[in-house]
Design a protein around this ligand. Structure first.
Ligand SMILES: [Zn+2]
Ligand SMILES: [Zn+2]
Length: 215
């Protein structure tokens, strides 16, 4: 999203959503696109003239100050709210001296993870990759959660099942930024999975641990 239009010519989106606690920015954008009845999440950026820039697939690493202003204007969210939808918010709770450095000119003047930083590689999935909890996506509120994409986090603490990074239907990798957070962008199959008594979770921690204990 390096080309940011003049805000004088941009109107806030008429239909918006309220961020959920620990929701990620990609999820908020997807939910907003659904509210707007847009088929593509990229249409959030100046769809009226077809000349919009593409959203960066790694939108949760949003860096540029102008991009914060632009998205904040479109979504009517202040800078702090937007910042808390990005991975950068974790820097407020951790010691990462290599990452906490003055932001270059043009970047948001808050603690930021930089793309080539050591902590960025150590802590997060590669750029636009993501993991999801299929059961969380089948429950209200339907949104993706920031910590699902922290590399050492492999399971949903609420449902005690492994997070998945691929569509169970087509095996395609689930990207962070997708037009509907509950559906695979490759095959349109749902990635949400309601658990019923007759359909127990196939990837439950209990199942995997049992299998590992008896190779
Ligand atoms: Zn879950
Ligand atoms: Zn798929």
């Amino acid at each position: 999203m390096s080309i940011v239009p003049d805000l004088v010519h941009v109107f806030p989106l008429p239909l918006r959503v309220v961020p959920e606690p620990l929701e990620d920015l990609a999820s908020l954008l997807s939910r907003t696109a659904v509210q707007m009845e847009y088929k593509q999440v990229n249409w959030l950026l100046r769809p009226e003239d077809g000349a919009y820039s593409r959203l960066d697939p790694a939108v949760c690493f949003l860096l540029e100050d102008a991009a914060y202003h632009y998205l904040g204007h479109l979504l009517q969210l202040n800078e702090e709210t937007l910042y808390k939808l990005t991975f950068h918010r974790f820097l407020m709770q951790m010691h990462a001296p290599d990452e906490v450095q003055p932001s270059p000119s043009g970047y948001l003047q808050r603690p930021l993870f930089f793309p080539n930083g050591h902590a960025t590689h150590a802590l997060f999935l590669p750029k636009s990759a993501s993991r999801v909890c299929p059961r969380c996506l089948a429950e209200e509120p339907v949104c993706s959660v920031l910590y699902w994409n922290i590399r050492p986090v492999v399971a949903c603490l609420k449902h005690r099942i492994f997070l998945v990074d691929s569509c169970l239907h087509c095996q395609g990798k689930i990207p962070l930024l997708r037009s509907a957070i509950t559906h695979c962008p490759h095959c349109s199959h749902t990635v949400a999975a309601e658990i019923t008594a007759s359909h127990p979770p196939s990837n439950s921690l209990r199942t995997r641990c049992f299998c590992r204990a008896r190779p």
